[in-house]
Write a protein that binds this ligand. Sequence first.
Ligand code: FES
Ligand SMILES: [Fe+2]
Length: 379
Amino acid sequence: MYINFWYPIVLGKDLPADKPVRATVFGLPFVAFRDSEGKASVIADTCVHRGGALSKGWVKDGNVVCPYHGWAYGGDGKCTKVPSLGDQKIPARAKVDAYPTEEKYGVVFAFLGDLPESERPPLWDIKEWGPDWKCQTYVLDLNAYYERSVENGLDPIHNEFVHPLQGAPKMDIELQRSPLPMQDMPFGSGFYMSFASKKPGTELWEDRQGARTGAAGSWYLGPNTLVTYIDLTATNSFHQYIFECPVDESHTKLFFLNMRNWLMEDKHDARVEDLTLRVVHEDMAILTELNPVRTPETNTKEILVPGDSAVLRYREHLQEWQDKGWRIDQKALKAKQGDVAFAIPCPARRESGNWVLDPVPLIPGKAAGAASVTEIKRA
Ligand code: FES
Ligand SMILES: [Fe+2]
């Protein structure tokens, strides 16, 4: 699991003006609440007085109030009131991590990390959002690790076995034998291709990219955003967005937006929902049984084939983000959890010190520009 990406926290409609909501991400507690203007805030759910859970308290004047002794915190994570001190000065260390938030597409997202704004990976821009597309949104609990779920979405060769209800769409065997036409983008990659055979002498990607007919594609952005296009014809498409929240090492919350630009009337909603969720549950039934639960540390512990080329690219990106020092050290975290209150470091930690909560342990990255041992030897 990686810091420095955008994570879905709660649906906007499930975050009322007067009540805080807890979210667990990476096995750590966060609290979401609305300030007096209605803007969603997400901060660490650990009161720095004596460890109260802010999410079990209430919202007053746009601050979240700890239920234990009434300390109040603003959306910037700073304590604004300590009732037992009266009008004395609030201790400078009375602050918790507060995260940048965006409420978009009906979802409250938080940037869980400390990167300054100019360096942050983006949130996926859903271009279809608007009146020409219809969106049905679901929050689904999956008893599996989020990376396994993202990999499933990047895998075009499972459909014929897992999805009989979809008509078991089979990828042409020639296509299965060649690597997928991956196209990288900042912090992600993906492919878009015809359902059917490659025409001799044509380049599939160029051939199909503009036409968008009888084709499908999948992309990932960061470790936890998965996008699938199913373009049945030039005008009839399903575009699906799954923002995955890694609750812990074996549980995931999927914020699933199923968008379509046909069958727009409400009368089709139930049928589209039924088919979509049946397909999702077919995937979930496979994912909950995978062994090991989490992706193995090396690819030699599985046998990858050309149809897994998107999975492979995803794993390479995960390694890059680990090399940047963004991967949480789960073993070190678990060894101390219960004895130490941890938080994901927020951007304000780069500006000021004096924090009460410990920053989550991270796997050390490779320093930028540092030559590897082999490079040094070659020189
Ligand atoms: S623990 Fe939160 S106010 Fe005391
Ligand atoms: Fe599937």
